[in-house]
Structure formats: structure tokens, C-alpha cells
Ligand binder design. Structure first.
Ligand code: PLP
Length: 437
């Protein structure tokens, strides 16, 4: 079946969904014209849609499913816990087990708290930074996505019309964002050390924390320069603020996450996605003295942190099983297939004489339809022609048995074989031939 197909079951479901879900959807990120493809089931690295079409899944629920779908060890861990009860108004041993594993892998994380999403993790980290420092402002990088907390959304997608001069701009992403949110959020240019340091110094006395993703997807999936992250760490400490790494995605880059790869210890770290074994999750961890803001026994009024489903035992058990499978050998293999994928994409661009290439690290790749140097959000900004080529590529891939996310992001999973990677590379090459035509 070729997408789009008016007789497809996905199209029928999308029509039905219009009545009960605004725009027929719950997640803006899965919105797709003329209709989204509805998943029926997943198995290993493949998703089968409601029309029975199987595709290699390079979305992996927006990088969360590092073991693909229905991994037997994760199914066993989750179902064993469900049989014992899926949620309690009491703590369980499962959260200690996952906390201990994460603390053992991340030297900068002495203690950790769980929540239900990366959005919540970022929100709790920013609240913790404010509680610890007694200051209101946070800094974040232009174009970087950190979930849906108002402050973290500032300047998520300013366009050239908003840019003005070289300085980053603080603009609202969501309609109705209060002006006070903009006033308390400082936007930094990504990978521009001098400008970022100067801005932090200017606002330093009010600054609680600097939130930075070491390889921000929406800002181009370009790795941060080590010197940039070191400068953010140093200037944060110089002005008495905290350095917060958002590793909701980058924790899939290696055994010790991006902080291990870059060799930088943030004061706080946010996690999510892969640590839940396929279930909803988030976490904030960091220095014991900072994490003490959550501690009701620490003598001061603790920062309130609840969440009906926080540290849910099904998530904790599946998450522990997922993390245990991610040993050094698993990361070495993910690195190798990621390397092969990025090389294959670059070769395909060259073969078909299309301007573009793949960026990324480890199990993540992103396709840019440009040969200009991409270092930050503005240089990664797609022209309308580039955006149209990416949309065409994704459509071609869909009809060649490969699912990729709208932003050109490809996330690999451990069940992918070398043959699967070759299939994806061949599909990209064939699709680029169409894009070039
Ligand atoms: N931080 C980063 C870097 C992300 O990529 C995301 C989601 O994609 C989030 C935070 C928010 O996570 P969630 O979607 O679980 O709320």
C-alpha cells in the first residue's frame, strides 16, 4: 500500500479521530498530513501499521525505544510487575534499584528523583536550581527543545523574521506564554562561547541555572564544542548558578551519557526516554547538596515533588531491564551501526549529487539538506526548499519501508541488524534519487 491511500484504515481512523481529538491527535509531534499512519504493533526494530504494512522504525518513539519494540526481557520485567500490582501509594524497591544503577553510571549524579516525562524532569531541575540558589532566571540555548515547561520552551523556534541582529532573541513558543516567563528566561547562542559567557555574566546575579543539551536535536543535532560546555560550566559557577545538562536524549549516546563522552560534570542532569524501558519516565539527578532541596529531612522546607505515577514500578522494572541490557558492548555496536548509517547517507548524497549530509553521534543521525557548515540553530535553519526536500525524503522512505521522524532524525535500536542498516541506507539512497529528479 502506498501512502497516502484514501482507502487505508489509517485514513479511516484519522477521520474518526477528528471528532474526539483536536486535529485528530494527542501529540503535535505525530501530526502528519494528510493523515498519520496508525501503529498496530511493534516487533524488534519494525512497526506494523493498521493496514498490515511493516516498516523499519527509525523513530523509535522519538529516541526512547533503544531496544526497539516488545523486547522479551522488557516484556518479562513489565508483565511480572503488572501481575504484582501496577502502582501503589507507597514506594517500592524497584525505584531504589533503578536509582542505584543510574547513580553508579553517572559520577555527577549522587542522587536522583523520578517523574513521568522529560518535560517534568526539566521542570523539576529548573525548580531545584531556583530553590537551591534563591534566584529566578534560567538560561537556555536558542532553538533547543527541552519539553513543554513554559521557561524551557522560550525561543524554541524563532524564524529569520524574529532574529534581528546576531544576538539570540527571547520569543515565546506557545501562544499565551506570560511576559514574566520571557523576562525570567535568558536565551544563549549555542556553540558561541564568547557571546554566551558575556550574556551569562550580564544576568549572572539573577541566574539560577544554565540548561543545555550537549547535542540538541531541534537545533541541528550538532554536538556542542567541549570548550563551549566547559565555558558554560565555569561561568555558571563564577556567577553562582548551576549547570544543568538535559540528557533526555543524549543519555543514549553512551554508558555514561554525553557527560561521560564530553568529560564534564554538570550540577544537575535530566533524564527520560530510554531509562523507562518503553514506559513514561523522567528523572532529575545531581549533586547531593543540590538534590537536598527535595529532602524533607534536610531541615528546610523541601521542594514539593509528587506525581501519582512518579517512580511507577512497571516503569522502574522495565527501565532497569533496559539499562542492564545497555552494557559497553551494546553501546559499541550502536556506535558502529550509527557510523555505518551516517557514512552511507553521506555516500548517497554524493552519489545522487544532492547537497546535504548526515550529522550526529552514536545511535543518532540527522539529515541536513545543505552543505553549509551547521554549528547551531540558525545555521541549521532549513530554507523552505530544504524543508520541502526533507518532507519528500520522509515520504519516499515511508513507501520504501522506513519510518523516520519529521525533523530528519534517525534513532537506531539494538535489535537492528547490519542488514537492517543496509536496508535503511539503500532506501535513503533510492529516495534521494527521487528527490534529485
Ligand atoms: N528534553 C529533550 C532534550 C527532549 O528531546 C525531550 C523530548 O523529546 C524532552 C526534554 C521532553 O521529554 P518528554 O517528551 O518525555 O516530555
Amino acid at each position: 500500500m502506498t501512502y497516502p491511500d484514501p482507502s487505508s484504515r489509517s485514513q479511516a481512523l484519522a477521520r474518526r479521530a477528528q471528532a474526539s481529538l483536536p486535529g485528530g491527535n494527542t501529540r503535535t509531534t505525530v501530526f502528519m498530513k494528510p493523515y498519520p499512519i496508525y501503529a498496530a504493533r511493534g516487533e524488534g526494530c519494525r512497526v506494523v501499521d493498521v493496514d498490515g504494512v511493516a516498516r523499519i522504525d527509525c523513530i523509535n518513539n522519538f529516541t526512547a525505544l533503544i531496544h526497539g519494540h516488545a523486547h522479551p526481557a522488557l516484556v518479562a520485567a513489565a508483565t511480572a510487575q503488572i501481575a504484582l500490582g501496577s502502582a501503589f501509594g507507597l514506594p517500592t524497591e524497584s525505584e531504589i534499584d533503578l536509582a542505584e544503577l543510574l547513580v553508579s553510571r553517572l559520577p555527577a549524579v549522587d542522587q536522583i528523583r523520578f517523574c513521568n516525562s522529560g518535560t517534568e524532569a526539566v521542570m523539576m531541575a529548573l525548580k531545584a536550581a531556583r530553590a537551591f540558589t534563591g534566584r529566578p532566571k534560567i538560561a537556555k540555548c536558542e532553538g533547543a527543545y527541552h519539553g513543554s515547561y513554559d521557561y524551557a520552551e522560550v525561543s524554541l523556534d524563532p524564524g529569520p523574521a524574529d532574529w534581528g541582529g546576531n544576538a539570540p532573541v527571547s520569543v515565546a513558543y506557545a501562544k499565551g506564554t506570560p511576559a514574566s516567563v520571557l523576562a525570567d528566561t535568558l536565551t544563549l547562542p549555542f556553540n558561541d562561547t564568547d557571546a554566551a559567557v558575556a550574556l551569562v555574566r550580564e544576568h549572572g546575579a539573577d541566574l539560577a541555572g544554565i540548561l543545555v543539551d550537549p547535542m540538541p536535536n531541534r537545533a541541528g543535532l550538532v554536538p556542542a564544542d567541549k570548550a563551549y560546555l566547559e565555558a558554560l560550566r565555569d561561568v555558571a559557577h563564577e556567577v553562582g548558578a548551576l549547570l544543568i545538562f538535559d540528557e533526555v536524549i543524549t543519555f543514549r549516546l553512551g554508558y555514561t551519557g554525553a557527560q561521560g563522552l564530553w568529560g564534564i560534570d554538570p550540577d544537575l542532569t535530566t533524564l527520560g526516554k530510554i531509562i523507562g524501558g518503553g514506559f513514561p519516565v523522567g528523572a532529575v539527578g545531581g549533586r547531593a547538596d543540590v538534590m537536598a532541596v527535595f529532602d524533607p529531612t534536610a531541615g528546610k522546607p523541601a521542594l514539593p515533588h509528587g506525581g501519582t505515577f512518579s517512580a511507577n514500578p512497571v516503569t522502574m522494572r522495565a527501565g532497569l531491564a533496559a539499562m542492564q541490557l545497555l552494557d559497553h558492548a551494546a553501546f559499541a555496536r550502536l556506535d558502529a551501526i550509527g557510523e555505518r548509517l551516517r557514512r552511507g547517507i553521506d555516500e548517497a548524497f554524493a552519489r545522487h549529487r544532492v547537497a546535504g549530509r548526515a550529522v550526529g553521534l552514536g545511535s543518532l543521525a540527522k539529515i541536513h539538506f545543505t552543505e553549509r557548515p551547521v554549528r547551531d540553530y540558525r545555521s541549521a535553519w532549513q530554507t523552505p526548499a530544504e524543508a520541502a526536500r526533507l518532507a519528500r525524503l520522509n515520504l519516499e522512505l515511508l513507501n520504501r519501508g522506513v519510518l523516520a521522524a519529521g525533523y530528519g532524525l534517525i534513532a537506531l535500536s539494538t535489535p537492528m541488524t547490519d542488514d537492517d542498516i543496509e536496508t535503511v541506507v539503500a532506501a535513503i539512497s533510492d529516495s534521494l534519487a527521487e528527490v534529485a529528479a
